[in-house]
Write a protein that binds this ligand. Sequence first.
Ligand SMILES: [Mg+2]
Length: 127
Amino acid sequence: MISENDLDEIGYFTMFDKNNVPKNAFEAYSQWVEGKILTKGLERQMENTLGLVGEVGEVAEKLKKSIRDKTELSKDDMIKELGDVLFYTAALANLYGSTLKKVADINQEKLNSRQARNKLHGSGDNR
Ligand SMILES: [Mg+2]
């Protein structure tokens, strides 16, 4: 039987953050994304940014077609497109010297702060 000491020795208790997300999952994904990037420099910045915008557009397009054609929205298709959005988000985070984990942490801190100050409504990046 595995003891608590065994788990401590392999670092089990430090593998998850306060939200029970494995600490290294985002980092591993960010590294994996980096291995798929085909462009460099300004070309990469343009390709990754336009890729992100395009994939967000695909999410909107699937919803639009579902409404227009009165068909059921495929959750599986939406999840696939969200994966594409995630890919380009990670690619851009890498490009700007960050990681998907840092992007998630910063976003979480920002929204928690807004919620604590009752500022989830309204507009402005720095409210
Ligand atoms: Mg796509």
